[in-house]
Write a new protein. Structure first.
Ligand SMILES: Cc1cc2nc3c(=O)[nH]c(=O)nc-3n(C[C@H](O)[C@H](O)[C@H](O)COP(=O)(O)O)c2cc1C
Ligand SMILES: CCCCC(=O)C(=O)O
Length: 356
């Protein structure tokens, strides 16, 4: 079954309001559409007579040595789409050797998520995503939870000073979690009520000091997610980021930003190899992975496709999504005459219709 078919099955399975929450974007959904369409505008110029029957696609990421080049981006509330929720996602990602980013908005506590990943693989990599919280003690408590659970990196999402305006959710009246679901990691934190969507505050006044404080307060590497401006990528590195995730939140925050992959080259230049640059948004095929890696991304994240796999088939569906992308990417690498990711270089990416 292709990713497209899994998406279709998920659409038929899900409550339309939940489907819209996952599928939707901000505003007129221009950025949502642009993320996927941008990949259509790139083509790959293969190199010939230099390939290998054995290919190595593993990458080193912070807190995740020798991992898959495709990771599970943080997406909220997995129990809304499948009763096994984040436990299924965790087992699937671990079994496929992919980093799982769980986070503040998970409907399963991080301790249980890491335990489930460990059932599926001896040394899984689970990262924990958080937002800059106005109260330092709340961030500190969340970080302790992630550390105690065994997470190997933190991800600070910085593209959400305020929550995006999701037109579908506003139309559907979906503005908080239904009864019976909670953001489990927010339970019993100092000064924070449990645990609905509205209890995960965004901080319009957060500054670079938040990042510096987070980095100071943990031994874990901290990646910064949601960077689009090259100067912000430089600032993030200067404030201690161990990695940059180029992302526009899957078109769910500003509806006026460029497609994520179109921002990638400038950020790769700005970071100049000091830390790995990752990307998410619109990745749907192995060739999209190849384009992003050729343009300098170390790895790419999948948001919605993982949720569609989970909704359609639980753990097996998430495994299928990750395995499909891995196989398609490996095949593309072979067709491009590559034996390792580094064999994909920026000169091999051209605008559709010809060489640039
Ligand atoms: C339903 C949903 C929930 C999300 N929740 C979060 C979140 O809690 N934290 C976060 O940093 N990003 C969140 N994101 C953004 C994803 O991490 C990622 O940036 C985006 O989905 C990538 O685009 P794609 O869906 O086209 O793969 C969410 C995305 C979706 C679709
Ligand atoms: C406060 C929950 C965050 C979920 C999120 O980031 C999204 O729906 O895009």
């Amino acid at each position: 079954m292709t990713l497209r078919e899994l998406h279709e099955r998920a659409r038929k399975t899900l409550d339309p309001v939940v489907y819209d929450y996952v599928a939707g974007g901000a505003g007129e959904e221009r950025v949502l559409a642009a993320n996927e369409r941008a990949f259509d505008d790139y083509a790959l110029l293969p190199r010939v007579l230099r390939g290998s029957a054995v290919r190595d696609t593993a990458v080193d990421l912070p807190g995740a040595p020798r991992t898959a080049p495709v990771f599970v981006a943080p997406t909220a509330f997995h129990r809304l789409v499948h009763p096994d929720g984040e436990l299924a996602t965790a087992r699937a990602a671990a079994a496929e050797g992919a980093v799982l980013v769980t986070g503040t908005a998970a409907t399963t506590a991080v301790r249980e998520v890491v335990a489930a990943a460990r059932e599926a693989a001896p040394d899984p990599a689970v990262w924990f995503q958080l937002y800059p919280h106005p109260r330092g003690e709340v961030t500190a408590a969340l970080v302790r939870r992630a550390e105690d659970a065994g997470c190997t990196a933190l991800v600070l999402t910085v593209d959400s000073p305020v929550f995006g305006r999701h037109a579908r959710d506003l139309r559907n009246g979906f503005t908080d979690l239904p009864p019976g679901y909670a953001a489990e990691n927010m339970r019993d934190l100092p000064g924070a009520p449990p645990g609905g969507l509205l209890d995960i505050p965004m901080s319009p006044e957060a500054g670079w000091a938040h990042l510096a404080e987070l980095v100071r307060g943990t031994a874990l590497p901290v990646l910064v997610k949601g960077v689009l401006h090259p100067d912000d990528a430089r600032q993030a590195v200067e404030h201690g980021a161990a990695g940059i995730i180029v992302s526009n939140h899957g078109g769910r925050q500003s509806d006026a930003v460029p497609a994520a992959v179109d921002c990638l080259p400038a950020l790769v230049d700005a970071v100049a190899g000091r830390v790995p640059v990752l990307l998410d948004g619109g990745v749907r095929r192995g060739s999209d992975v190849a384009v992003a890696l050729a343009l300098g991304a170390r790895a790419v994240g999948l948001g919605r496709p993982v949720v569609w796999g989970l909704a359609a088939e639980g753990e097996a569906g998430v495994r299928r999504v990750l395995a499909t992308l891995r196989d398609e990417y490996d095949h593309t690498l072979a067709l491009c005459g590559g034996r390792r990711n580094a064999d994909l270089t920026a000169d091999m990416v051209v605008a559709k219709g010809g060489a640039r």
